[in-house]
Design a binder for this molecule. Structure first.
Ligand SMILES: Cc1ncc(COP(=O)(O)O)c(C=O)c1O
Length: 408
């Protein structure tokens, strides 16, 4: 083996903190195993189904599609327009009505491979356009945030998100971190359904955060991977509206993976809200250069499904009902699990009821997580991140009993 070989002196890279656990779950031969680790929606039977609206869209595409030609670098114009309508829809407004900033030409949207592609593109833009910037991420956050910053070569720092007991937002600590950041730095905020804590600011708290961000000249990057799974498709954009109200620039990384259950189709979008129309057009050119050197053009099929659904009032209505059903099942499981923990004498976990989205932290350490895995075949992520969608009427008492035994 020569020194120039790719294989010279190579050691293995660590497994992904979340996908690594999911792989271990798959390899576990015990039939009673319970997967609360994967960040995906599941039905009562543990299956992640294809939505009926998606099936119908696919049926139409199969009948009507005529080509597999490359998409434009930034995605199909029809799709990005529809995604813009979805992300920026205002309370009480019909789908497609746009806020004033859109009519001013301040918004550009690009189709990316998933929310990951959108976060990656946002970080690439920070690197290109604000080369001195550091990126701040919450502690804890989705492990891919710091990983992406490392991959792009942007230094990152973390700031507190919750109080030490991980039961509520530490707004003062967040505001202090914003005040401590350099003007020009970027903060990645979770637009809704904070992963892993489930702890979202209220609308008033978002306004306080947005005002501080705008006053300090910070670029907010909103990772909006769970739109619709918190309080509703429009309600969940309260975070975005707080930033827009300040007039500041914003980058929004959206994803269709969760709310359309299109995990493997890789549909996401980066929305760029610039200072004015000229800046938006200029930033778009940089985004396209970055894309060309990365994935070149977005994958077609998933974006076509999303466009088919969003463009048809009836199909969009059906899909919105499916999003509501997913959200309500998750929240039902939250309530049932907290009640089951209480009846097992595990103490007061009622703060989990105010959590939003699929996840909350149970606050378990590595040794406790190992015991759950080894003794009960129950899989969670670091610090006891639980995916409530992975629970069911049958699994709730089993998991509550096992967790309560660790907590008592
Ligand atoms: C916080 C957060 N951001 C972004 C994503 C990206 O999702 P995807 O790339 O699958 O659309 C996820 C997925 O788990 C996530 O949890």
């Amino acid at each position: 083996m020569s020194n120039g070989s790719l294989s010279a002196k190579i050691s293995s890279a660590p497994s992904d903190p979340i996908f690594g656990i999911v792989e271990a779950f798959r390899a576990d031969p015990r039939p009673e195993k319970i997967n609360l680790a994967a960040g995906v929606y599941m039905e009562e039977d543990g299956v992640t189904p294809i939505l009926a609206s998606v099936r119908e869209a696919e049926r139409r595409l199969l009948a009507n599609a005529t080509t597999k030609l490359y998409k434009p670098i930034g995605g199909d114009p029809a799709l990005v327009k529809l995604l813009r309508a979805l992300i920026f829809r205002e309370p009480g407004a019909p789908f497609g009505a746009l806020p004033a900033i859109a009519n001013e030409g301040r918004i550009e949207v690009l189709h990316t491979p998933g929310g990951t592609g959108a976060v990656r593109l946002a970080v690439e833009l920070v690197k290109r356009l604000r080369p001195q910037a550091e990126i701040w991420v919450s502690d804890p956050t989705w492990p891919n945030h710091p990983q992406i910053a490392d991959a792009v070569g942007v230094p990152h720092r973390s700031h507190p998100w919750t109080t030490a007991d991980v039961r509520s937002l530490d707004l003062d600590a967040v505001l202090q971190s914003i005040a401590a950041a350099k003007p020009g730095d970027a903060f990645i905020f979770h637009g809704a359904c904070h992963n892993p804590t489930g702890i979202d600011p209220t609308a008033a708290e978002w306004r306080a955060i947005a005002d501080a961000v705008a006053a300090r000249g910070i670029l907010p990057i909103l990772d909006f991977a769970y739109q619709g799974l918190g309080d509703g498709l429009v309600e969940d954009a309260a975070s975005l509206r707080a930033f827009l109200a300040t007039g500041c620039e914003v980058l929004v990384a959206a994803s269709a993976s969760k709310n359309f259950a299109l995990y493997d189709e890789r549909v996401g979008a980066l929305a760029i809200v610039a200072e004015d129309k000229e800046a938006a057009a200029a930033i778009l050119t940089h985004a396209k250069v970055a894309i060309r050197a990365a994935w070149s053009n977005p994958p077609g099929h998933g974006g076509e499904i999303v466009a088919e659904i969003l463009a048809d009032d009836a199909l969009r209505g059906q899909w919105e009902g499916e999003v509501t059903a997913m959200r309500e099942r998750i929240n039902g499981n939250r309530r049932a699990f907290v009640a089951a923990l209480a009846s097992e004498g595990a103490g007061d976990y009622s703060h989990l009821l105010t959590g939003r989205g699929m996840f909350s932290l149970l606050g378990l350490d590595d040794a406790q997580l190992k015991r759950l895995r080894d003794e009960q075949a129950i899989y969670l992520v670091a610090r006891g991140r639980i995916n409530f969608a992975g629970l069911s009427a049958v699994k709730i008492p089993i998991v509550a009993k096992a967790v309560a035994a660790l907590l008592r």
